[in-house]
Design a protein. Structure first.
Length: 74
């Protein structure tokens, strides 16, 4: 009998996504226009299909040129 943790994960329709880093503006006391800060938005049904339903807590590991997003098991 196969244990739950050893079952193969269900395939995600597209294992790779191509997104563009955008920006948000944050106003500061020194500047009325605000400063630009990098921003990345992830959304779509594919998140839930990949095991990230609404309300899921995540951990983002940051490395040079790479972000890894994992569920936080509580």
């Amino acid at each position: 009998m196969i244990e739950e943790k050893n079952k193969p994960e269900s395939p995600v329709s597209k294992p790779f996504r191509h997104l563009k880093v955008g920006y948000i503006r944050r106003k500061t006391r020194q500047s009325q226009r605000g400063q630009q800060h990098s921003s990345l938005n992830l959304n779509g049904d594919w998140l839930e299909a990949a095991g990230f339903p609404i309300g899921t807590m995540v951990k983002v590991s940051v490395m040079q040129g790479k972000l890894i997003i994992e569920q936080v098991n509580t």
